[in-house]
Ligand binder design. Structure first.
Ligand code: NAD
Length: 276
């Protein structure tokens, strides 16, 4: 296969959850720009509507639906609608995620980090824990299950989960429910990859480091936060949604046909060690 075909997703049917903003939107754009027929799912009706209109103006083959990934019946309905619209389902990104509020330390890197009682274990409410697990872990399970139900009989498919470096490295500014859910999603990805390998369905994960998106109320958009994070990054900059596009395309395309059960970190070197 020539390289242009190896990385081609032209004509493929794709679904991206949490596609109204940030990384999911960049992933949906990468697929649509390269000729895939993409359904964007998101809980935020305003965002989905605005982004679908913007992408459609570029002539891309896109449609959207408002779905909460913790509503499994609605998710199944959205998969049926996407399959009917695209005529096929080849690529699914289980990307939707929420932050979990403060961790046990306040502030990102820099001099002013202090213990934050609001993020301490004893302050965690059941409601807060359950919502993060429902979206970031059970939502991934429901998305992978919906994909498997439709892909197994065709004996092909590409499933990609957005996890996080926080799933394998503790970061005290991040709530522990988020980190536990991401660790769970990473291992669920491996288990599902093992199960579906015989059906020619690959399952992998993207583990981002620090990206400027709307998560956590868009705290990463603060230039001061970006400066302090860039200082600890070996590449001396934070990530932007554009940075995810190449990896997403690789994992969605035939170029990654023999790769399964892997979590690929994309973090500017953050988890390698301290910056110089
Ligand atoms: N930004 C980062 O630094 C970073 C780092 C590691 C992992 N991640 C992960 O990347 C993924 C995308 O997050 P992002 O940073 O682009 O944030 P974002 O807030 O910009 O985008 C997340 C999107 O998911 C949607 N969403 C939230 N809950 C949903 C639900 N229940 N059902 C459907 N849609 C829902 C939101 O409306 C939003 O449009 C998440 O899984 C997040 O945990 C982000």
């Amino acid at each position: 296969m020539k390289c242009a075909e190896l990385f081609s997703v032209a004509g493929r049917g794709a679904i991206v959850t949490g596609a109204g903003s940030g990384l999911g939107l960049a992933i949906a754009e990468a697929l649509a720009e390269n000729g895939a027929r993409v359904t964007l799912l998101d809980i935020d009706a305003g965002r989905i509507e605005a982004e679908i209109q913007r992408l459609a103006r570029h002539g891309y083959d896109v449609r959207g639906a408002v779905v909460d990934v913790s509503d499994h019946a609605a998710l199944e309905g959205a998969f049926d609608a996407a399959l009917a619209a695209h005529g096929r389902l080849d690529i699914v990104f289980a990307n939707a995620g929420v932050d979990s509020g403060p961790g046990f330390v306040s502030g990102w890197f820099g001099a002013n980090r202090t213990r934050n009682p609001a993020g301490a274990l004893e302050s965690y409410s059941d409601e807060r824990w359950n919502r993060v697990i429902d979206v970031n872990l059970t939502g991934v399970f429901a998305t992978l299950r919906a994909a498997a139900r439709r892909m197994k009989s065709q004996r092909s498919g590409k499933l990609i989960v957005t996890t996080s470096v926080a799933g394998y490295q503790c970061e005290p500014a991040i709530g522990s429910a988020y980190m536990a859910a991401k660790a769970g999603a990473a291992h669920l990805m491996r288990c599902v990859a093992h199960e579906l390998a015989a059906y020619n369905i690959t399952v992998n994960a993207i583990a981002p480091g620090f990206f400027v998106t709307n998560i956590g109320g868009g705290h990463a958009k603060d230039p001061e936060v970006q400066r302090s994070m860039a200082a600890v990054m070996p590449m001396h900059r934070v990530g932007f949604p554009e940075d995810i596009k190449g990896l997403a395309l690789f994992l969605a395309s035939p170029a990654s046909a023999y790769l399964t059960g892997q979590q690929i970190t994309i973090d500017g070197g953050w988890t390698l060690g301290p910056a110089d």
